[in-house]
Ligand binder design. Structure first.
Ligand code: TPW
Ligand code: MG
Length: 544
């Protein structure tokens, strides 16, 4: 019989986890020892638990499978709260494994270090934003608990919480057996697929809107194939930007309401049927809509539910729905693309000595992709994320809904740990929060390319309240720190320098590259400028 620690590691691997991110502490040291000595999964340590959570989250997003974050009790786990809250909001299946006191310590009568109110305060907190929890305090039930919790993470694509008391690491247990997935009820599935196909057949201007769940469930290609078969134009949400990066023939663009390509906005807002697959119905996706969601022209399949008009099919997985529709769908002749559909992204940046504006960064990156091929990206919240909307559609992990600052760099670390080489977009404010995590790249030979938008400002806030002075940040000279933490840094101030620095970074392997792009305060990307105008107009409409 395996030890509980080994059974858990084997189960993680069996359920598709490919690496572990973490920071040890005494309540989790015995488990860390097994992580290292077993070699079951590669592990990566970071400097601060928020980074651990963001890295595990991004790895999960890129794999379309489980991310794993291992932390110590209390001080470690509570540092992870915000990252896991974000993973919950944005539906990323992160498995939190938190160390905890052993049975004897719990009964000692002393308060234990890292304890807050009761020994179970930590469990209570994580219950709020994980979809299933297990406390591994009984060797007889632990394997079944692990199996249930890991299945929940996969099926619901949400974080789960496993508390691992430190005296249980060597307990002997049965191996964890993988539970069968819970498929859709065949009758409900057939009825739902038929109803959806009927609505599509009746519609004259249907559109398919996709969001992150299609990546979480690994069904991007099936969605593209279905769109082709049904002749449906596809639009991503803001949060879903980067989806279907390999299917340019079906993706028309990203819906940003008043801030986006007017043709894409019309496509969605004038549609007589909006089919939403895996969509998070949140304000950042739909704030700038000129019309409210109308259930009569909307079909929403998300979170294992399908809403058609005013009724709901429960417990119907998106992947099953897709397969069901595909099986009954007949080939539809392609609908002609309307003139002007599909916005041209900026490219062809002049190699001159003029100062750089955010949209110039988009042009420089598009040029880079033209020369070297697309790269996967992560982005933080800030103007860098709006600038990402002007970059060719490529895989992107970003907190477009939860908007947690500090995501970009550690997420890039997580993506690099999966074996890809990411391009990271981050603002100076966000870099101040988590940028130091780059110092962990050298030990693992990771070489992400980081483009830091340095406007010495919390510019995203300034645009809404230009009169305030508290949005001014100091000039930190970030490029100068790169060398001392094991990477290469360069500050660029002209468009020529930017293009050259990007090319050099692609050629530089084996260490991270930090390109610190100096931007004037008060200048935003074209997309953020339109977003602010649209947002203010929407606010006036609401108050008027
Ligand atoms: C954890 C609020 C949203 S955007 C922003 C703040 C403070 C400024 C970002 O500054 P940065 O980028 O990175 O220099 P830019 O383009 O605006 O100049 N705390 C957290 N999350 C959020 N979203 C905030 C505060 C915020
Ligand atoms: Mg800034």
């Amino acid at each position: 019989m395996p030890t509980l620690a080994n059974a858990l590691l084997d189960a993680l691997k069996d359920h598709g986890a490919r690496e572990i991110f973490g920071i040890p502490g005494d309540f989790v040291l015995p488990f860390f020892k097994v992580i290292e000595e077993s070699g079951t999964l590669p592990y990566f340590t970071l400097s601060h638990e928020p980074g651990v959570g963001f890295a595990a989250d991004a790895a999960a997003r890129y794999h379309g499978g489980l991310g794993v974050a291992v932390v110590t009790y209390g001080a470690g786990a509570f540092n992870l709260v915000n990252s896991i809250a974000g993973a919950y909001a944005e539906r990323s299946p992160v498995v939190v494994i938190a160390g905890a006191p052993g049975a004897r310590e719990r009964a000692s009568g002393y308060l234990l270090h890292h304890q807050v109110r009761t020994v179970d305060t930590q469990l209570a907190v994580f219950k709020e934003f994980t979809c299933d929890q297990a406390v591994l305090n009984d060797p007889a039930t632990a394997p079944a608990e692990i199996a249930r919790v890991l299945r929940s993470a996969q099926e619901l694509s949400l974080p789960v919480y496993i508390e691992f008391p430190r005296d249980m690491v060597d307990a002997r247990v049965e191996p964890v057996v993988r539970l069968p997935r819970r498929a859709a009820d065949p009758g409900a599935l057939a009825e739902c697929a038929e109803e959806i196909l009927m609505r599509i057949a009746k519609a004259s201007s249907p559109v398919l809107v996709v969001d992150v769940e299609i990546r979480r469930y690994g069904i991007e290609e099936q969605v593209a194939a279905l769109a082709r078969k049904l002749g449906l134009p596809v639009v991503t949400t803001f949060m879903g930007r980067g989806l279907l990066g390999a299917s340019d023939d079906v993706v028309v663009g990203t819906y940003l309401g008043a801030a986006g390509d007017p043709a894409v906005t019309r496509l969605v807002e004038d549609a007589d049927l909006v089919l939403m697959f895996g969509v998070i119905l949140c304000d950042t996706n739909f704030a700038l809509s000129t019309n409210a969601p109308d259930p009569r022209r909307t079909i929403l399949a998300a979170g294992r539910e399908v809403q058609v008009g005013h009724h709901v099919y429960r417990d119907l997985p998106l992947a099953d729905l897709l397969a069901g529709i595909e099986a009954s769908a007949t080939q539809h002749p392609p609908r002609p693309r309307k003139a002007g559909q599909g916005m041209a992204y900026p490219r062809g940046l002049p190699a001159d000595d003029r100062p750089i504006a955010p949209s110039d960064i988009a042009a420089a990156i598009n040029d880079l992709f033209d020369r070297h091929g697309k790269m996967p990206m992560t982005a933080d919240i800030g103007d860098c994320l709006f600038t990402a909307m002007e970059i060719d559609n490529t895989a992107l992990a970003a907190p477009g809904y939860y908007a947690g600052m500090g995501f970009g760099v550690p997420a890039g670390f997580g993506v690099a740990a999966t074996g890809l080489r990411p391009l990271v977009l981050v603002g100076d404010g966000a870099f101040q929060m988590t940028g130091w995590e780059l110092g962990n790249c050298r030990r693992y030979g990771l070489d992400p390319i980081v483009v830091l938008f340095n406007n010495c400002s919390w510019e995203m806030l300034r645009v809404f309240q230009p009169e305030s002075k508290f949005n001014d940040l100091d000039d930190w000279h970030f490029a100068d720190i790169a060398k001392s933490i094991g990477g290469f840094g360069q500050r660029v101030t002209t468009r020529h320098e930017l293009a050259t620095a990007l090319d050099a970074a692609v050629a530089r392997r084996g260490q991270f590259s930090l390109i610190e792009v100096m931007l004037p305060r008060g200048v935003t990307s074209d997309t953020l400028a339109r977003f602010v105008t649209g947002f203010k107009a929407a606010r006036e409409r609401m108050s008027g």
